[in-house]
Design a protein around this ligand. Structure first.
Ligand code: AMP
Length: 216
């Protein structure tokens, strides 16, 4: 199965990709996670990406396309995947299409998560992530038992640099300008599945699975 998860920052793409991975097994590939790992490892790619990420801007297309191309090639000739955070521009979507066309493999679904703007800001500004195991929390709707400490592994809970109020607004603007047009791109190809992304993570997962299985 080859799925693209589309939606603004805070729509729940990462959360749903993890849950869907448990259901259908396809690897979860997050460009944001790959870039954050590159920044943490001080690689050439990380150095190139860091400033853009801190400002909430998109890392330039050639950098991200090169990175994802390399990552997809690791999954063999007939890769299955759930892409989270890629594509984010029409140029990236065209590059993905060329990658798939070159291997004669189709994309199955583009799941577009719909969440109102004030809810996105609430989710992002309260989001905390374990620096050790990556578990996600929200300070009011999904708090850890001990504030600042991960329930699962005891690691410290951190706020992403780009989850601060000013950067959140910049990221949402970038989404409207560069990424929202992808809905029309995929709708024209009959792949767009718009899903209500509000409510609990398991509720959203069931809506997605029902749509993918052709039950809704
Ligand atoms: P995310 O974790 O998906 O919210 O991504 C965090 C940041 O990484 C974004 O705000 C961008 O700066 C960068 N990024 C992630 N994916 C992409 C992409 N497909 N194209 C350009 N920049 C990206």
């Amino acid at each position: 199965m080859r799925i693209v998860l589309l939606g603004p920052p805070g729509a729940g793409k990462g959360t749903q990709a993890k849950l869907m991975h448990e259901r259908i097994g396809a690897p979860h590939i997050s460009t944001g996670d790959l870039l954050r790992a590159a920044v943490a490892g001080h690689s050439e790619l990380g150095v190139a990406a860091q400033g853009y990420m801190q400002r909430g801007e998109l890392v330039p297309d050639p950098v991200v396309i090169g990175m994802i191309d390399e990552r997809l090639q690791q999954n063999g000739a007939n890769p299955s995947f759930m892409l989270d955070g890629f594509p984010r521009t029409v140029t990236q979507a065209e590059a993905l299409q060329a990658f798939l066309d070159g291997r004669h493999i189709p994309l199955d679904h583009v799941v577009s998560l719909q969440v109102p703007r004030d809810e996105l800001i609430r989710r992002l500004s309260g989001r905390r992530t374990c620096g050790q195991c990556g578990a996600m929390y929200h300070i009011s709707s999904e708090p850890s038992r001990v504030p600042g400490v991960c329930d699962r592994c005891g690691g410290a809970l951190l706020q992403r640099d780009d989850d601060r109020e000013e950067t959140i607004r910049a990221r949402l603007e970038v989404y409207d300008r560069s990424t929202a047009p992808l809905a029309a791109f995929y709708d024209a190809r009959g792949l767009l599945r718009e899903i209500d992304g509000t409510g609990s993570a398991p509720q959203v997962l069931e809506r997605i699975m029902a749509r993918i299985d052709g039950r809704a």
